[in-house]
Design a protein around this ligand. Structure first.
Ligand SMILES: NC(=O)c1ccc[n+]([C@@H]2O[C@H](COP(=O)([O-])OP(=O)(O)OC[C@H]3O[C@@H](n4cnc5c(N)ncnc54)[C@H](O)[C@@H]3O)[C@@H](O)[C@H]2O)c1
Length: 434
């Protein structure tokens, strides 16, 4: 095993950076670095993606991203290709999904390990390797020991919010976890070129834990809100009012309940702690509770429809992305709600003004609501918040029955009621329960 505190050849000047993986994280990072004077080679194994970026096509619905990408390409500082090449530094931004093969889910490191294998032939002593992909604790050390060169290495977790990636890439504070101090210092030089927030240096395992703890904190908080929603239903209490009032306490900040937790981070990262620790009971329980919410929501709908006695019910799903105003449907709870409704013999149609790719067909608004009995809002897109009275009366003309179920507390309920809709809210504590 290599000594973590000694490194041979020194190479302190970083001019050329290879960014591996050009998705939500890698593409903005590569473009940002290129716009800040680095010579950047962006690498993705997906040929279509590489061609689309070269042709300056919009591949990710993220505000300002294409302007940044175009600027980077036109400056001559950003090249994109399918194979890595020699560079001073390498930044790994490839996916780390869950693998579910019996028992609790685990981190699938296949993409990270294959990215490491791909850069190995191009690595020289003194190069810097940075990992931005979210990984379980001690993975950076494990990967460092796979590389047979005197390199610098650090884990630099990404903390950006989809929808605000470019702003947060610059403004957020950054944690850099070096395999040793020199690695952290060298990584800091790169991030300082574009980060306005503070940069904190630590060791790689602490940085790995920090990233996972941030998302676990949110997951556990949402699980608590979801449990409160169920308890409030039993107590005839509107959970949204109760949370709002509880949050008036200066040291309380309960997040919102909803149909489940999705996305590439919060619904996944806590499992990376569970897989490595025997003591992560609460974290595991919270994950299971949030994962069970789509079924809970589906059961509420099924029970409600039993009371209504509607033949061949058709429901219209509004929103399938995992959160509002983004196009990302990865791990979206909507998929599980839809599966459950289909297995209960509901006809389901879907409308989402942002989503482009989804497991089930996406419809235009009119087609989605045509002859429908009920709208089920699963995502808090601004388009849903901003429905005006005229929009709702047009919607109501096309529907067979006028019921709307809001699982995100996003609609203006009064104007829906004024337009003749029966409005139900997840956790409203009075109108429905299982
Ligand atoms: N999306 C977010 O908001 C976010 C936030 C924080 C952290 N992260 C983490 O960042 C990592 C990347 O996430 P993302 O959302 O950018 O993923 P993504 O799926 O959008 O993009 C990953 C890209 O990597 C490419 N790829 C896969 N294997 C490769 C290889 N061996 N060589 C080159 N390219 C390869 C894929 O083709 C894809 O284009 C994940 O670990 C994720 O958990 C994501």
């Amino acid at each position: 095993m290599k000594q973590l505190d000694t490194i041979g050849t020194k190479q302190k000047k970083i001019n050329k950076i290879c960014v591996i993986g050009l998705g939500y994280i890698g593409l903005p990072t590569a473009s940002m670095l290129a716009n800040h004077g680095y010579s950047v080679v962006g690498v993705d194994i997906d040929k279509k993606r590489v061609e689309a970026i070269k042709n300056e096509e919009l591949i990710i619905d993220e505000q300002g991203l294409m302007t940044l990408v175009k600027g980077a390409i036109n400056s001559g500082n950003l090249k994109v290709k399918v194979e890595p090449e020699e560079a001073d530094a390498f930044i790994i931004c490839v996916p780390t999904p869950l693998k579910k093969e019996g028992g609790a889910p685990k981190c699938d490191l296949t993409y990270v390990l294959s990215a490491v294998e791909n850069i190995k032939p191009h690595l020289k002593d003194g190069n810097l390797v940075l990992i931005e992909s979210t990984i379980p604790p001690k993975t950076t050390e494990m990967i460092y020991n796979l590389i047979d060169k005197d390199i610098y290495m650090a884990y630099c977790p990404e903390r950006v919010l989809p929808g605000k990636i470019l702003k947060e890439l610059v403004e957020n504070d950054r944690i850099i976890g070096g395999i040793n101090e020199e690695s952290a210092e060298l990584a800091k030089e790169i991030y300082e070129s574009f980060v306005d927030g503070n940069i904190y240096l630590t060791n790689s395992t602490t940085a790995e834990m920090v990233k996972l703890m941030e998302n676990t904190y949110r997951d556990v908080n949402i699980a608590l809100a979801n449990e409160f929603a169920k308890v409030c239903n039993e107590m005839d209490v509107n959970v949204w009012d109760a949370i709002n009032l509880a949050n008036k306490h200066p040291r309380v900040n309960i997040l919102n309940p909803g149909p489940g937790v999705g996305g590439h981070c919060i619904s996944i990262d806590p499992w990376f702690i569970v897989e490595k620790s025997k003591n992560a009971d609460l974290i595991k329980r919270a994950r299971e509770l949030n994962d069970n919410m789509p079924k809970y929501v589906c059961n509420l709908i099924v029970e409600e429809f039993k009371k209504l006695n509607i033949d061949n019910p058709k429901v219209s799903i509004f929103g399938v992305t995992y959160k509002g105003n983004v196009d990302d449907t990865r791990e979206s709870p909507a998929k599980k709600v839809i599966e459950c409704l289909l297995s209960n013999n509901f006809e389901v149609s879907i409308y989402d003004p942002h989503a482009k790719i989804f497991e089930y067909p996406l419809n235009k608004l009119e087609d989605c609501i045509s002859n429908s009995d009920c709208i089920i809002v699963l995502t808090d897109h601004d388009e849903f918040k901003n429905f005006e009275k005229d929009d709702i009366s047009e919607i109501s003309k096309l529907m067979r029955n006028k019921i709307v179920i809001d699982t995100r507390n996003v609609l203006n309920h009064n104007i829906w009621k004024e337009s003749g809709f029966e409005v139900k809210l997840l956790g409203d504590g009075t109108t429905w329960s299982v």
